[in-house]
Design a protein around this ligand. Structure first.
Ligand code: FPP
Length: 213
């Protein structure tokens, strides 16, 4: 969800406002899961490298998270959304961990998957999974995949990065092995369900061969 800072700077606004508008974009997309019949949407909300940002910005993001869970959990429950968190989220502030545990429990029966990456870094996710696989005595692609944070999510089909950056930034590296990629210039706060519809149209036109012919 890249581009919140640039969205704000272009308007002479504080970065925090860009992140607030970013949350509104999240809300719009979650509401679009049902009409678009999307099985799963995974959002990169906070990376394990984002701790390098200023204390103020990290605080703003954590407070946004708190407010978002509080305000939107009832809607998730009502709309059959099942929350999933990937990353080392249990290392976040204890009150956020408690809120997330409660949100996971309350949405456990939902059918539409919303996965949020929090304190997430793909390399450390793979290392953790490989260590668990090794402990069980067998390191293969299958045993590693079985221990990734995403083990119970559907395969990654389409990875979209906003704001014109063309890199993965430690997001879903393993899962992206055969994913289609789309890099768009839209800044995250400007991202609308219509952009996702366009992205899905683009995805539908791709020929996926998984190395075959
Ligand atoms: C990247 O934009 C965005 C982030 C690091 C934070 C994304 C977080 C949210 C949208 C809010 C929290 C999410 C949820 C699910 C409640 P940037 O700040 O790097 O933008 P820039 O590259 O333009 O500076």
């Amino acid at each position: 969800m890249d581009g919140n800072g640039r969205w704000a700077r272009k308007r002479g606004l504080p970065r925090a406002i860009g992140h607030q508008r970013g949350v509104e974009a999240v809300r719009r997309l979650v509401r679009a899961l049902e009409p678009m019949r999307l099985e799963c949407l995974t959002l990169y909300a906070f990376s394990s490298e984002n701790w390098k940002r200023s204390e103020d910005e990290v605080d703003d993001l954590m407070n946004l998270m708190r407010r978002f869970i509080k305000s939107d959990l009832p809607e998730f429950i009502a709309n059959d959304v099942k929350l999933k968190i990937i990353g080392d989220w249990e290392a976040l502030a204890p009150d956020i961990v408690d809120m997330l545990r409660d949100a996971l429990a309350q949405t456990a029966n939902g059918t539409k998957r919303l996965a949020v990456a929090l304190n997430y870094g793909s390399q450390s996710e793979i290392a953790r999974a490989a260590a668990k696989a090794a402990k069980e005595g067998s390191i293969t692609p299958e045993t590693i995949a079985a221990h990734l944070d995403t083990r119970d999510l559907p395969p990654l089909d389409l990875l979209i990065r906003t704001s014109g950056e063309i890199r993965l930034s430690n997001f879903l590296l393993w899962q992206a092995a055969y994913a289609e990629m789309l890099f768009v210039d839209t800044l995250w706060p400007d991202f609308q369900p219509a952009h996702l519809t366009q992205a899905l149209d683009n995805f539908a036109s791709r020929e996926r061969r998984y190395g075959g012919r």
